[in-house]
Write a protein that binds this ligand. Structure first.
Ligand code: CTP
Ligand code: MG
Length: 233
């Protein structure tokens, strides 16, 4: 059984509004995407890593991969206009068998820990599908959007809420089928689990951590620098 990793990194980083897409911004002097790559390259069970980037960035990423000594286990593929399309393109390029494991991880979650990756792989091997998630700490309100702003319609008990992170891991066959079904139905989701859930499959949750943040908006980079310094101690 092989383990493949897909890193979607073809986004534009609109919310970050940086000088370039956030996956290329430096964190401790190294591009965010390279931090994410390093984390998976450090896990011996990982056979190969597929990075999906915009066509115009393919050359630059290929070069960065070489500079950081990752050639061999890393392939660069062309991303698409949605995250789902980027992952789909990478899935189509994988030389995987149905029983192999595929982990999908946001290219912009540079602080993922090896132990969490290992636990996700173990959970997928046992249960077929598993994602990293963290319990909600705030009280969750469901709202209705009105002309005067949001109005609360319900309070959702916190114990039923988990915030989804990545990696999200699946048996290759299960994930391929879920992607094909979503495509046929015109469904576009913001994560892989939502596709697998709607296909009727159970998905387990592995405990993550707040440290595994997704660099999304200004300020997140400083927070990531802080976590990185803490780790170095
Ligand atoms: N992603 C991708 N292809 C897309 C859109 C997103 O591969 N067409 C990737 C991003 O590069 C990122 C991950 O999916 O690694 C999570 O997406 P998100 O945080 O939404 O990043 P962006 O789409 O770049 O940011 P924004 O939504 O603010 O524009
Ligand atoms: Mg986005």
């Amino acid at each position: 059984m092989q383990v493949f990793v897909i890193l979607p990194a073809a986004g534009l980083g609109t919310r970050m509004a940086g000088p370039q897409p956030k996956q290329f911004l430096a964190l401790d002097g190294v591009p965010i995407l390279i931090h994410s790559l390093r984390a998976f390259a450090a896990v011996p069970r990982v056979s190969a890593i597929y990075v999906a980037v915009r066509k115009t960035e393919m050359e630059r990423v290929q070069q960065q991969i070489g500079e950081h000594g990752f050639t061999g286990r890393v392939c660069v593929v062309e991303g698409g206009d949605t995250r789902q399309q980027s992952v789909s393109n990478a899935l189509n390029a994988l030389p995987a068998e149905r029983d192999d494991i595929v982990l999908v991880h946001d290219g912009v979650r540079p602080l993922i820990e090896a132990a969490t990756i290992e636990r996700t792989i173990d959970a997928v091997a046992e249960q077929g599908a598993a994602i990293v998630g963290v319990p909600a700490v705030d009280t969750i309100k469901q709202v209705e959007r009105t002309a005067h702003g949001a109005l609360i319609t319900a309070t959702i008990p916190r114990e039923y809420i988990v915030l989804a992170q990545t990696p999200q891991g699946f048996r290759y066959g299960l994930l391929r089928d879920a992607f094909a079904e979503a495509l046929a139905d015109g469904f576009v989701g913001t994560d892989e689990a939502s596709l697998v859930e709607r296909a009727g499959n159970p998905v387990a949750v592995v405990h993550g951590s707040q440290v595994n943040l997704k660099i999304t908006q200004p300020g997140d980079l400083e927070l990531a620098e802080f976590y990185l310094r803490q780790r170095g101690r």
